[in-house]
Design a protein around this ligand. Structure first.
Ligand code: SF4
Length: 358
């Protein structure tokens, strides 16, 4: 594979105020892990996700209480809320009534045709899209028998069957995901599907694992798909605070130059020349700058020998010395700063730069 391929043009849909597909930016979403009926905790987690740059949030709707909680949750959320529903058409109707901006439900699992029709009618009248979420772990029995297992072809056929149900009801406001817990099947399923459909795609590796395996699997799996031009929105799954999922999602997009959002920090691995606690400095600066949305490139380097030179492309940076450091902008030294003031001064300078005062 050579470089990043041109993005496949899919049909554009809208989840609340966020466009997905077509030439709209690839959006980053996450999912709350609070009990949805615990309104306060769920709203608090959504606020944290908003602050981390999350653009769409999904909440599980396992029962009526959760569906009823959605009204308040949707009212307080600044980002579109998607209801994640399995099987129960009533929960889908409740959620739509509560003001959700999207549904994740597989029409083939709803049951009687009239139930599907009710959900589709309500979603259509509110212009709420439906995501068909195919999961290798829960494929229909007939498909498992037909294909001898949860192979990518079976996943694609499952998606096609669910799509057909919606399209037969003249509902076309659809996006699709085809997730497996391993990279190989996920890539094959999305690649196969992308060849036969113009529908926008939600990317994800499901149950990717804890922090390290999750980040690695998601970066390779989603990275390979994105570099082939496939994918319109994504969710990184981690057994962690969902804020980490958002962070990883944007890092994947930024590293492929598909989005420019927030700070891009380059930092050295440190070596015997470093005389400051660079790990702590980096961690503190990252924490302080989480909410910044404008792109700014920052360098945090261990020493002045190579620091400013290695980080010439950075807008601003620090290179450590002995108990102090130098602040530099675009590779040029600006001033010396004491170690205990590094975080404060760098953060202040970056904020001023972002606000256009610098
Ligand atoms: Fe070592 Fe300095 Fe390079 Fe960091 S910038 S790796 S401390 S030489």
């Amino acid at each position: 594979m050579a470089g990043i391929m041109e993005r496949k043009k899919t049909k554009q849909i809208k989840v609340g105020n966020v466009h997905i597909g077509g030439d709209s930016p690839i959006s980053v979403q996450s999912m709350t892990n609070t009990k949805t009926e615990d309104i306060e905790s769920t709203i608090n987690q959504i606020k944290k996700l908003e602050n981390s740059g999350c653009e769409i949030v999904r909440v599980a709707v396992p029962g009526e209480e959760a569906a009823k909680a959605l009204e308040k949750i949707c009212q307080s959320s600044k980002i579109p809320v998607i209801a994640d529903i399995h099987f129960d058409y009533k929960l889908a109707l409740f959620s739509l009534d509560s003001g959700v901006s999207g549904l994740r439900i597989n029409p083939g699992n709803i049951g009687a045709k009239w139930k599907v029709e009710e959900v589709v009618k309500a979603a259509a009248s509110l212009e709420v899209p439906i995501r068909i979420g195919v999961n290798a772990g829960s494929l229909e029995k007939e498909l498992l028998t037909k294909y001898g297992g949860a192979v990518p072809e079976a996943m694609v056929e499952s998606a096609k069957t669910h799509i057909q149900i919606l399209e037969d009801l003249d509902f076309h406001n659809i996006k699709v995901s085809l997730k497996a817990s391993d990279i190989d099947r996920t890539i094959k399923a999305y690649t196969l599907f992308s060849k036969i459909s113009e529908l926008p795609l939600h990317l994800g590796i499901t149950e990717a694992g804890g922090l390290y395996p999750g980040i690695v699997k998601s970066s390779i799996g989603l990275g390979l798909l994105l570099s082939q031009g496939i994918g319109d929105t994504l969710r990184v799954s981690l057994t962690r605070d969902p804020v980490e999922e958002v962070r990883v999602g944007f890092e994947i997009l930024k590293s492929l130059d598909l989005r420019q959002k927030g700070v891009d920090i380059i930092s050295c691995p440190t070596c015997g020349r470093c005389k400051i606690d660079l790990f702590k400095l980096l961690e503190d600066v990252e924490k302080e700058l989480v909410g910044i949305n404008k792109p700014v490139k920052i360098a945090i380097m261990g020493c002045t020998v190579n620091g400013p030179g290695e980080a010439r492309e950075a807008d601003i940076g620090i290179a450590g010395g002995d108990g102090e450091g130098i602040l530099f902008k675009k590779g040029k030294v600006v001033k010396k700063i004491p170690q205990d003031k590094m975080v404060e001064i760098l953060v202040k300078e970056v904020k001023e730069m972002v606000l256009g005062k610098n």
